[in-house]
Design a protein around this ligand. Structure first.
Ligand SMILES: NC(=O)C1=CN([C@@H]2O[C@H](COP(=O)(O)OP(=O)(O)OC[C@H]3O[C@@H](n4cnc5c(N)ncnc54)[C@H](OP(=O)(O)O)[C@@H]3O)[C@@H](O)[C@H]2O)C=CC1
Ligand SMILES: O=C(O)C1=N[C@H](C(=O)O)C[C@H](O)C1
Length: 253
């Protein structure tokens, strides 16, 4: 039997991509949006003739349709509200939203005591490999200076990106966000550089320099399809799990 998913933030760059991807997989995808979808085509096709539902109706929608999972790409405050509705209805959740504060992350952890929650800052498969390569490189070149640069489209709200934060967790060094004026580099710092321009889908680069050599590790997403495909893989996987907090790498294992 085909899966049913609910997609919040359905009018967004990611939400509309997830709706399209779900339909391509033959899933029944129900759109949730505060605004009329900007992507009329995907809304019409993905919701089998019905319009997008308003987030205020989410809990009753989840109770009525009993979807296999909810997929959320919105903003932190909305994600937290949507997770409440998932808890109330026992709906597994995939959270792609980034930019959560520490207290919100704790709330998500508590939520996962009640329902399966898979949260990932980046659903591109290559990012899992980048994380592994960065861990390995940091361990084998401990004396090298490290600088991280991320580039995204001009509509992105949070900075640094959620992916950059995941990469930074690998390092103990103090983070220095950009530099200005007289600011010589300390041995124990990692420079973090954020660029916002055009419609860049998402690029993350780690530069390691020392010993008269430079090593760079770069991941570049070339379309949002890659994120949507990973999120849908995650939805299929999480719908079969018991309550708990899960990582995207578990889906790929
Ligand atoms: N994990 C991953 O692989 C990826 C994560 N992201 C993350 O996903 C999130 C969304 O990105 P993107 O799609 O580009 O953003 P958009 O701004 O294009 O879309 C976000 C959507 O969220 C909804 N929304 C915004 N504010 C609220 C609110 N206060 N209450 C309820 N709904 C709200 C809106 O949809 P509507 O009007 O329909 O309600 C909006 O269209 C970001 O945090 C981004 O970093 C992005 C790409 C990949
Ligand atoms: O907002 C985006 O677009 C993206 N956000 C994610 C992040 O913050 O890491 C993932 C991806 O880079 C695209």
């Amino acid at each position: 039997m085909s899966m049913t998913i609910v997609v919040t933030g359905a009018s967004g760059r990611m939400g509309s991509e997830v709706l399209d991807g779900a339909r391509e997989r033959g899933m029944d995808a129900i759109a949730v949006s505060r605004t009329e979808s900007t992507n009329a085509d995907s809304k019409r096709r993905a919701t089998s003739g019905t319009d997008a539902y308003h987030p205020d109706d989410l809990q009753s929608l989840l109770s009525e349709y009993r979807p296999d999972a909810l997929v959320d790409f919105t903003v932190p405050e909305a994600s937290i509200e949507f997770l409440d509705a998932c808890v109330e209805t026992g709906t597994p959740a995939v959270v792609g939203t980034t930019g959560f504060e520490a207290a919100e992350l704790e709330t998500i952890d508590r939520t996962s005591d009640r329902i399966p929650v898979l949260k990932a800052a980046n659903f591109a498969r290559g990012i899992q490999t980048l994380l592994a390569l960065v861990r390995e490189t940091a361990a084998s070149l401990p004396q090298y200076d490290v600088e991280l640069t991320e580039t995204h489209h001009n509509g992105k709200r949070d900075a640094p990106s959620g992916t950059a934060k995941s990469l930074l967790e690998i390092f103990d060094e103090e983070r220095v966000h950009g530099r200005e004026g007289i600011q010589p580099r300390n041995e124990d710092e990692i420079g973090v550089h954020v660029r916002r321009a055009g419609n860049v889908r998402g690029e993350h680069e780690l530069l390691f320099a020392g010993n008269d050599e430079v090593l760079t590790l770069t991941h570049r997403a070339e379309s949002r399809h890659v994120f949507a495909a990973g999120a849908l893989d995650a939805a299929e996987w999480v719908s079969k799990q018991k309550a708990g907090r899960y990582e995207f790498r578990e889906v790929l294992a």
